[in-house]
Design a protein around this ligand. Sequence first.
Ligand code: MRU
Length: 374
Amino acid sequence: MNVHGKHYRTIWLKPDDPAVVQIIDQRHLPHRFVIEDLTTVEAVARAIKDMHVRGAGLIGATAGFGMYIAALTAPRGSADAFMTALRQAGEQLKATRPTAVNLEWAVNRQLQAIEASGGDIETRIETALHTAQAIADEDAEFCRRIGEHGLPLIQAISQRKGGEPVNILTHCNAGWLAFVDYGTATAPIYAAHDRGIPVHVWVDETRPRNQGARLTAWELGQHGVPHTVIADNVGGHLMQNGLVDMVITGTDRTTRTGDVANKIGTYLKALAARDNGIPFYVALPSSSFDWQIRDGVREIPIEQRDATEVKHIRGLHEGEIKEVLLTPPDSPAANYAFDVTPARLVTGLITERGICPASEEGILGLYPEKREQQ
Ligand code: MRU
């Protein structure tokens, strides 16, 4: 998508040095646009853990490139030593964040591809590079297709409203910053906006890290999409007053039965949507399905992050980014990063293959090859 009129992805190889992976360091957005160079597995792990990059698809793509860096920097004495170093790097990357399944998926895909390529070390490094690029390209293309499949939902509401703006509420950032390009929840919105369908997005601020207020608002603004930032608790009131036509969120992990883990607060939005008869859609690429599990509430690991993220808030003051304390200094705080929305509250899943009900049969209807995999 565009930043100040120039096209960017969220991760790429440095044009004049393919040993360097470049990312947008999202901690500085929306106030500064900072590009960071990554050249070691440690730096990649830190970038994921400390959320220089975040969002399910981008975490997966970064792990893919992290494995390429691991291949470049692994000992070359023997294939065994090389593969041992790669497996260690994979474990190091997987340990950074527990909820988004794309991380594990990308590391495993790399290890399988490199193992299968056999051959000399140079061939294995080439394979790691091609696989990292394939993961990134696939992520962007799948998000583009999610946009195409979600577009008719917005078109139908627009027609019903006689061309009045379609009001869409979204939570957190499941935009292009959370993926390699386009995003998931935002992809149908960008597709509608680009075709001249009037849309307006209610952007939940998404405490504690404010991915909605900082990131979704910024990227919608860069693309010219009308939007309004709201405090996290406003959605229910808007829904009761007919000001939300649909909700679209992303997901960090969805079970084969359609339970959806997403940023903390998503479950409450789904409850409010159900109470008000408002469609609640979740958009995801197939890399965000966890085919092994059926019960999201019991089986999806929910990340707990540092309490300082709840107790402090960051923002721009007189040209400088500052962090200030919100709470009494000694009050303890809990920082649950995700929650699980049960499948029964989800109207449909928008995937790269089309839209399906949030149920095992619905999902397997689109992904029949996963029927035996559990
Ligand atoms: O903690 P984050 O920022 O990595 O959380 C991920 C998210 O942005 C959301 O949960 C999102 O809606 C799903 S991932 C695209």
